[in-house]
Each structure stands twice: as structure tokens, then as C-alpha cells.
Design a protein around this ligand. Sequence first.
Ligand code: HEM
Length: 407
Amino acid sequence: MPYGQRWRQHRRLFWQHFHPGVIFKYQPIQKAEAHKFLGKLMESPSRLTHHIRTLFSAIMLKVVYDIDVASEDDEHVLLLDDAMEALSLSSHGGFLIQRLPFLRHVPAWLPGAGFLKVLARSRAANHRLKHEPFDKLKASLERGELHPCVAADLLARKEAKDELDAVVDEDDLLKNVCTITFEAASDTSFAMLQAVFVAMALYPDVQKKAQAELDVVVGPTRLPNFEDVDSLTYVHAIIKEALRWHVEAPLCIPHCTVEDDTLNGYFIPAGTVILPNTWMISGREMMHDPDAYKDPDEFRPERFILDGKLDPSIRDPDAFAFGFGRRICPGRYMAHASLFMAVASVLHVFDIGLPLDERGKPIAIKYEQTHGLLSYPEDCRCSIVPRSSAATSLVLDALRKLPPTTT
Ligand code: HEM
């Protein structure tokens, strides 16, 4: 969506629900879903990627639509997979059709035209994600049922005709805001938590330091809370380092200049597509810049810490990982909060190690990133075992205390 009034309407509605002053409202959801995640990891650790995907989708479905993800294979989570498939493949010219537009007229049964099926599946999934949960929620609200969630709040404001004004008086815009929130939040956080698991398997000393911090701050009788955030400096540094080390959107989202510009003597006409290389540019300015981050390929959270506190003089990866300028990710505070609760909870109760073969011997894994608009770790196999029987009891106890589901 180009910059303009319509984009501003979307952005404003989005920001009202995700700026740093309001996201504390979602903490109980983030905590409850993190605890469910711990339970699933205990039950079937080999399904790690599936559980991570469910975790972030479940948080956002609850926050946006008040939907509880009850089953292992929730239809919304599966739909999200299909919806994101075309986006991921189409980025950076992944489809020949982008260069040869006449290909859209070839029949789908022709050999090599499989991309049309991907596009059709993705389009159908996006359509369902945009309309079904929203329409269902609206119908439920009209029956007088209560749903504290973003979509209900947007509808209430529309009903009250408050500051949203006349142009926002259409469900389509509200539906866009809800769908993009769910889609933009789930896959990005998914990739980042995968990277944390890989890092913990590859850097056991880092993991031990985080666990030592958690043992002192949180102790053996409870799971981490949001109140612990300021005392868990090392856990915080792990999240910062993951955002830097695993360059999740290596070419960000394409931007486009709206007017003529010059940079370092180069003339850049209006309408030029810009792909910021968030990995590193020739001026060595971004996440793997060895001048800013010594040994940039190493996972080293200590680089962000000085005298036991986060060091503000170290370049903050948030300045790149979440994009740029007025398009910078408006969900970044929410992302940090969800990641904090997941990472602190997991490290408090589990030991993460290299994956094991049938004879119990560690398998060497290598950290590499996939290609695409969003990049994931290539191999995220690892072993996940409870740190102690007390840790197992903490998880079981937390599961027993979960609030009842509403859907
Ligand atoms: C670790 C997690 C996340 C990462 C790395 C991430 C990264 C990004 C990036 C790189 C962009 C493009 C910015 C640009 O064009 O310059 C973006 C856009 C966006 N993100 Fe995130 N994001 C994350 C989590 C979230 C979450 C949790 C939400 C919602 C709660 C969210 C909502 C959005 C939205 C709505 C946009 C579009 C903004 C616009 O075009 O105006 N993101 N994100």
C-alpha cells in the first residue's frame, strides 16, 4: 500500500492498539500462551516448529478476534501457512510471472504453471482469513456476546462514530487492519524464536548464563513474569542478539521513493524501488557490520551489556530488524513482549541442546538462513528436556491454572 491517506488510516487504527502504552493489556494472553507452549514442548519436543508457529498465531488470534486455538491443527493457523506462501515466493522476483506478465493467461494444468495453483491457494486463504473470523465475531457481538479484542474494539468505535470518522465507516478497512496484524505478527515472531532455539543449541554457555540469571531473579518456585523484565538483562540481550544475528528480513520490505533524491552523489529518481540490505551494505552499517559488532557471525549477547546493564552505546538492532522510517514495524513493542515471555519461560524450565541421533549421540547442526522475503533458520532441530523434576512440576502447575477458553 503506497504512502497516503488510506495507509495512514490503517496505520492509525493499528497503532492505537499496539503502541507501548497499551500493549500491557495483552500480557495475560502472552503469558497463558507461553505456558501452553511449555506444555506442548514437554509433550512432543520434536514438533518444535509446529509449536512455535501455534504459539504466535494463538497470541494474535486471541488478541485480535478473541479466538482460542484449541486444537493442534487449528484451521486459522493452517490458513495462515497458505496465505503467506505466495507472499514469500513472490518476493524478490520468485515467480517468473512477475517478469513475464503474460504468463497469467496460461492454463493452470500446463507443466510448469504450478505457481498459478500457489497463487490461487494463497488468494483463497487470504480471502477467508480476512472475512471469516471478523464476520463470525461481528455476528457474535450482535447476539450480545462479549469479546474483549481488537476487532470488537474497532467495531465499537465504528458504531460510536467517534474519531474514526466517516472514511473509516467500512468493515473492509477494519478487516484489513485485523488480517495484517495477524499475518505480520505470526510469521516474523515464529522465525525469530526458531533462531533463539538454534542459538541456544549451538551456544550452551550463553544458555547457562541466562539460566543462572533466571535462577537468581525468578527462583525455583515460579515461572517468569512481566515484572521480571528489568531484572533479566541477559535474557533481554539474547533477544537483541537474536534480532541482529538472524537477519530475518534481509532485504526488508521493498520501499519506493516518493520524490527525486540524491545519496552519496547518486541521483535516485522518484518511483525507484529501494531494497535496504539489512545484513550489511558497502558502508558496513547494519546488522553484521564488524565495526559495530565484533565477530558478527558469533551469537554473543554480552556485546549489549556493560556493568550488568544494557549498554545504550551499542547500536540497537531494533533500528534495522523492524524496518525503516514511517513504515517501521508498528508491532515491534508487541513482538518484544511476546518474545520475552516465551524465551524467559523456556530457558527457565528447559535445557536446549543439539539434536540426538538414534543412539543418543549429538548431531552437528550448522546455522544457515533460508532465502525469501522472510528468512528462517534452515535447520532448527534440537533436543529439549526439562531442567529438573521441579521444572516439570512448574509447567504442569501452570497448565492447571490456565483460564478457561471462550471459544
Ligand atoms: C520479531 C518480530 C517482528 C519483526 C522482525 C518484524 C519486522 C517487520 C519489518 C521488517 C517490517 C517492514 C517495515 C518497513 O517496510 O520498513 C514490518 C512491518 C509491519 N509489521 Fe512487523 N515485525 C515483527 C513483529 C510484528 C508484530 C508482532 C506485529 C503486530 C502486532 C507486526 C506488525 C507489522 C505491520 C502492521 C507492518 C506494516 C507496517 C506498514 O507498512 O506501515 N510486526 N515488520
